[in-house]
Design a protein around this ligand. Structure first.
Ligand code: FAD
Ligand code: UDP
Length: 378
């Protein structure tokens, strides 16, 4: 393998380009139809000079030393314990649910033992929760489910939580101690100078050629490569031949305010009354010092023409349709499908990096038999 076309300059594409160049001396052309690198993890300084995450908050976290060490070649870290609150019944609540939330609910001091005993009374006995409603009511019962999860999930996914895999709501920790962190992974930090700067370093190699504002389909028939790494949506690759996969999209509404801070923490969730799901003030997490602040309201939207496919939908019907595309993808011997959209998985950044590193190892092991060069269009 001498030359590779990489579709997408997000984590999946950038990590593979870097590994191929630095470890195997393989040249790649990385194309992205957007005007920037970093995929959904891209960040930028807005007009006021506030560093914001362009496509929603990206809280880097991992339990895997290998992934942390890999990225540490390209960035230093700003360690941060991500904290959020939820706004319900006219007040802030500690979120995710923990002993502090429980004390707010009962209006007095309590203990882990009392909380555990009370939850044991509230929870619905279910051995093996099958969906996102069951996974929450089996831990905390109906009241807390309805306060914090039911409407947020309905709004975000436009589906009843019963129609979503247990993994969706199940990724939110529920604790009986005072750990206020949103996430539980060992390492929680942001790239010190931002994601975009880190991506610039990842892609900075003489064997990597970057072409922005370029859809890979525009290269069809004009250029040939030995292999292609595709990190876009899998159904789109196959012209939606089995029908489109479902996705959820978002609308981000930024607002800059001439004040230093807007809210007490980096993210406040609005499960119930509002049309948006959350307000993010990322300056709390980046640690940037600035007299002004920018907040971003996040509105869930249907996916369709002109909209980005931000979320694959973790649900049995969507998975069944994805399986049909996956079978087709397996037959494409000279194309690797890597990343969140190409494998239709609700994956975090560290998982996508792990997937890209694993694909690099696999490619290096494969004894690639000589085959006709791949058409740029795949
Ligand atoms: P992407 O970043 O989507 O990159 C794919 C790239 O391919 C895109 O830039 C796209 O333009 C390009 N592309 C697609 N089709 C074509 C084509 N035909 N031609 C050319 N280019 C093409 N993860 C976390 O770990 N922590 C978080 O807090 C977190 N928050 C998130 C919040 C939101 C709102 C979203 C949407 C995601 C969040 N994630 C988070 C997930 C994270 O964004 C992904 O795991 C990661 O960015 C996926 O990387 P990727 O390379 O697979 O895909
Ligand atoms: N969720 C919820 N209430 C909340 C936060 C999350 O019901 O206050 C559910 C919702 O279904 C959401 C999922 O848990 O989509 C995962 O939340 P997370 O914050 O991890 O979502 P992401 O940052 O990926 O959008």
């Amino acid at each position: 393998m001498k030359s590779v076309l990489i579709v997408g300059a997000g984590f999946a594409g950038a990590v593979l380009a870097e590994r191929l160049a630095s470890q195997a001396g393989i040249r790649s052309v990385v194309v992205d139809r957007r005007s920037h690198i970093g995929g959904n993890a891209h960040d930028h300084y807005d007009k006021a000079g506030v560093l914001i995450h362009s496509y929603g908050p990206h809280y880097f976290r991992t339990n895997a030393p290998r992934i942390r060490e890999y990225l540490s070649q390209f960035t230093e870290w700003h360690e941060v314990e991500y904290q959020i609150l939820s706004w319900a019944e006219g007040r802030y609540w500690q979120f995710p649910i923990n002993l502090n939330t429980f004390e707010q609910l009962i209006g007095r001091a309590s203990t882990p033992e009392e909380m555990e005993k009370t939850l044991a009374e509230w929870r619905v006995e279910l051995d093996n929760p099958q969906n996102s409603e069951e996974v929450i009511v089996s831990q905390v019962g109906w009241k807390l489910y309805e306060m914090f999860f039911k409407n947020y999930t309905q709004k975000q996914w436009k589906r009843d939580p019963k129609e979503l895999d247990a993994s969706v709501c199940g990724r939110i920790p529920i604790r009986t101690n005072r750990d206020n962190r949103y996430l539980s992974e060992q390492f929680q930090a942001l790239p010190k100078e931002g994601y975009t700067r880190m991506f610039e370093r990842i892609l900075d190699h003489p064997l990597i050629e970057l072409r922005l504002n370029t859809d890979y389909r525009a290269l069809a028939g004009r250029e040939t490569y030995d292999h292609m790494i595709y990190t876009g949506a899998i159904d789109e690759y196959f012209d939606c031949c089995f029908g489109p996969l479902p996705y959820r999209s978002l609308r981000f509404e930024p607002e800059t305010l001439e004040q230093e801070w807007f809210q007490p923490v980096m993210q406040v969730n609005y499960p119930n009354e509002e049309a948006f799901t959350r307000i993010v003030e990322i300056k709390h997490a980046t640690g940037q010092k600035h007299p002004h602040t920018t907040i971003v309201r996040e509105y869930p939207e249907d996916y369709g023409p002109g909209k980005e496919a931000y979320y694959p939908i973790p649900a049995p019907d969507a998975k069944a349709l994805y399986e049909r595309y996956r079978e087709l993808a397996q037959k494409e011997r000279k194309v690797s499908f890597v990343g969140r959209l190409a494998t239709y998985r609700y994956y975090n950044m560290d998982q996508v990096i792990g997937m890209a590193l694993a694909e690099f190892d696999r490619l290096m092991k494969v004894d690639n038999p000589p085959q006709p060069p791949l058409d740029g269009a795949g």
